[in-house]
Design a protein around this ligand. Sequence first.
Ligand code: SF4
Length: 241
Amino acid sequence: MIKIDDNANISPICSIGQVSLMDFPGKISLMLWVGSCNLKCGFCHNPTLTEGSTQRLTYETVLEAVEKATGRDWVNGVVISGGEPTIFTGLYRLITEIKKLKLAVKIDSNGTRPTVIKDIKNILDVKDYIALDYKIVSSEYNKLTGDIVGDRVLLSIDELRQSTIPYELRTTIIESIHTPEIFRQMMGEIKKQDKWVLQSFSNKHPLLKKEFQIIPPTSKEYLEELHKIAKNKGYNIGIRE
Ligand code: SF4
């Protein structure tokens, strides 16, 4: 799914979120959300994203909100999240316009469009950040996302390794799916220098697929067990609460 922006005034953004101290390491950031995604992850917390939001804001509206937040809330960064930002052709323009305001940009991506990751590397720099989902070992991607996209995600990760842009890989751990055996296979695809963050699966919110809704939340103990396995082998791994 690629969202061609046929109206030059319409940005990829469907809603402007809160100022956040948590979402962009070292920055006070304004959250911007895109309203569509090209995957259908069973554990997605925002099922409406996979249907695609009809609402899109103009560049003018988005940039005005960014400028206001900069003056008012000491914002020095913008997070573009979703949904999947890389499916929108307007992403390049949006990043360029935000960077003209001297703000750092973080992109949250599912990593399925390596050519876009390669292209946006040209407009991001060391002040910016990319957080890429690495959901499971590449051969098992279909089970979680409904699509055979693992190889594309690995290509995106390679693109990040060949850049100076700070990045992290994020994995939501589901105990019954990310078994120690699967986790060890994932370690085979991650390089020790990759910053890798584990986070717990939760079923508190409505999820896209019913079969995921009944899976128990991942315990802190299990997350720590996997963390220890990788840490002991020298991986640059952390846990996000
Ligand atoms: S979890 Fe992320 S990648 Fe998966 S469907 Fe939801 S928004 Fe898309």
